[in-house]
Design a protein around this ligand. Structure first.
Ligand code: G5P
Length: 224
């Protein structure tokens, strides 16, 4: 059996973690787990965890570490026989250390995107709440304005993309991410990518993953 591959992607709100993660999952067949999507799903389903995390997410505040690890680590246990990619977890040093106790990551991608780009992207972002599909009115618009491509249901904006919450999210990110980035740098698994366009960053990430996983992307294999 091929060795399992464990990766995480980090970056400030709006840096393209979700967009890139979906491309990685599709191209390389990794299971993809987004902490933000999982939290929003729990909120929408009004689960016990959803009720607990709702106020934090709406204000753009980080959910406390013990709550996050209690939610995410059991999800990972369910994926124990799969290669996976984490989007948005770990976010803090405490989360990274809790993850480290259970799994050795093979690779961490860190996205460095200028502030102005982040602000513009998030104010144009629309979501299909049931599936987590993300649209951007400029970069990745839905076929019919305001409607999900697959279901035709209405799109919404996140409460945490509204201006006050957004500023708080961007400010916090830097402080909290620094020790996590330093940890992964010291483990020799951090790969940073800078730029203003996901489509320009993607080929570098695609090529890195092809090398690290010693495989070609699924779409390339299928076309052979
Ligand atoms: P999330 O959901 O993890 P964020 O805030 O880290 O939220 P977000 O906002 O989902 O991350 P992203 O995934 O980095 O952003 O970016 P994306 O969604 O792919 O792209 C953003 C927009 O830009 C989209 O509309 C996309 O189409 C567009 N776009 C992408 N590339 C380009 C491009 O090249 N050009 C253009 N023009 N547009 C582009 O977490 C949400 C909340 O959950 C809690 C926190 O409260 C958090 O605020 N939470 C946690 N709390 C504690 N610990 C954790 N580990 C937590 N994880 C989540």
């Amino acid at each position: 059996m091929a060795k399992l591959f464990r990766a995480a992607i980090m970056g400030p709100p709006g840096s393209g973690k979700g967009t890139i993660s979906k491309r990685i999952a599709q191209s390389f067949g990794l299971q993809y787990l987004s902490s933000g999507h999982y939290l929003r799903e729990s909120i929408a389903a009004n689960t016990e965890a959803g009720v607990l995390v709702k106020t934090y997410v709406e204000k753009g505040m980080l959910v406390p570490d013990h709550v996050m690890t209690r939610l995410m680590l059991p999800k990972l246990e369910q994926l124990s026989s799969h290669s996976w990619l984490l989007d948005g977890f770990p976010r803090t040093l405490a989360q990274a250390l809790a993850l480290n106790n259970l799994y050795q990551l093979d690779l961490v991608i860190s996205l460095n995107i200028p502030y102005e780009t982040l602000r513009e992207r998030l104010s144009n972002r629309w979501i299909h709440p049931a599936s987590g599909r993300v649209y951007n009115m400029g970069f990745n618009p839905p076929r019919v304005q305001g409607k999900d491509d697959i279901t035709g249901e209405s799109l919404i904006q996140h409460d945490d993309d509204k201006p006050e919450a957004l500023m708080a999210r961007l400010r916090h990110y830097k402080d909290v991410a620094k020790p996590v980035i330093d940890l992964y740098k010291s483990q020799g698994i951090l790969h940073s990518f800078s730029g203003t366009e996901t489509d320009r960053i993607w080929p570098y990430i695609n090529s890195l993953l092809s090398t690290k996983m010693h495989t070609q992307p699924l779409d390339a294999r299928q076309s052979q």
